[in-house]
Ligand binder design. Structure first.
Ligand SMILES: Nc1ncnc2c1ncn2[C@@H]1O[C@H](COP(=O)(O)OP(=O)(O)OP(=O)(O)O)[C@@H](O)[C@H]1O
Ligand SMILES: [Mg+2]
Length: 238
């Protein structure tokens, strides 16, 4: 197994406001890893620090054996990492087609067209919305567009921040199934999810963050079946 991401002793935040208090986390090639934890515990901040858009104070961030702790987002994208943020992840004033094109402005038009076709294979409904504005999409369609756009750069490692938040159960399942299908195609997945049971059901391992630290890490089935941890962090079994 080769290690895609290795994070050791990561502290960080926003300017002087420290949010992360020493995170250790790793992701192996081909893994599907879910991060869960209470609101405000630093999950989004963690991904933002990795992606170079929040401040790292100390600690190692290594990607495929290389220290990426000072890399810019465009360098990360060019090296196979894509990130779907929790909010503001599409351009509402652009059409669906234009949103997708924005995901590959560095590509030739031929390759861009191929990548768009490939990305749309996952979410067929978007094909019928190509000329509609992003603003006109439903919450679920927006998430599908955001994920599709992230795929245009042909990533091997996908970071997703709560792609099912505020969606209907049908959309939640469709989106998590689609992300699991990407793992089936060889992508490595690191996802923050509020629907912990749904995401863990497709995951290899899960991390529970509390107060800017890793409170617990285990195989996903252990987390799903552990009565005390499961009941506390995942809510009552439905
Ligand atoms: N740009 C910012 N500047 C200062 N503080 C911020 C900023 N963004 C977030 N925070 C603070 O950082 C803390 C952690 O926020 P973060 O968004 O990482 O939490 P989270 O675990 O993703 O929560 P949620 O489950 O609600 O998405 C919160 O107290 C939040 O108010
Ligand atoms: Mg968040």
């Amino acid at each position: 197994m080769s290690r895609v991401l290795e994070v050791i002793g990561l502290t960080g935040g926003y300017g002087p406001i420290q949010i992360l208090n020493g995170i250790d986390l790793h992701v192996e090639e081909g893994e599907f890893i879910t991060i869960i934890g209470p609101n405000g515990c630093g999950k989004s901040t963690f991904i933002k620090v990795i992606f170079g858009i929040a401040d790292r104070y100390e600690g190692l961030i290594s990607y495929r054996g290389e220290d990426i702790s000072t890399w810019r987002p465009d360098q990360l994208v060019n090296n196979g990492i894509a990130y779907v943020p929790q909010v503001d992840n599409i351009f509402p004033s652009l059409t669906v087609r234009e949103n997708l094109q924005m995901g590959g402005i560095q590509l030739t038009s031929k390759i861009l067209a191929e990548r768009i076709t490939e990305a749309l294979d996952m979410f067929g409904d978007l094909k019928f919305r190509m000329n509609d504005l992003g603003a006109s999409l439903s919450g679920g369609e927006r998430q599908m567009l955001a994920i599709s756009r992230a795929l245009i750069s042909n990533p091997s490692f996908l970071l997703l921040d709560e792609p099912t938040a505020a969606l209907s159960p049908k959309y939640q399942t469709e989106i998590i199934n689609s992300i699991a299908a990407l793992k089936g195609k060889g992508l490595t997945i690191l996802i923050i999810e509020q629907n912990a049971r749904l995401s863990l059901s497709k995951s290899d391992r899960g991390y529970i963050f509390v107060g800017g630290e890793v409170a617990y890490v285990a195989n996903a089935d252990q987390l799903l079946n552990s009565t005390d941890i499961g009941a506390y962090f995942l809510g009552a079994k439905s």
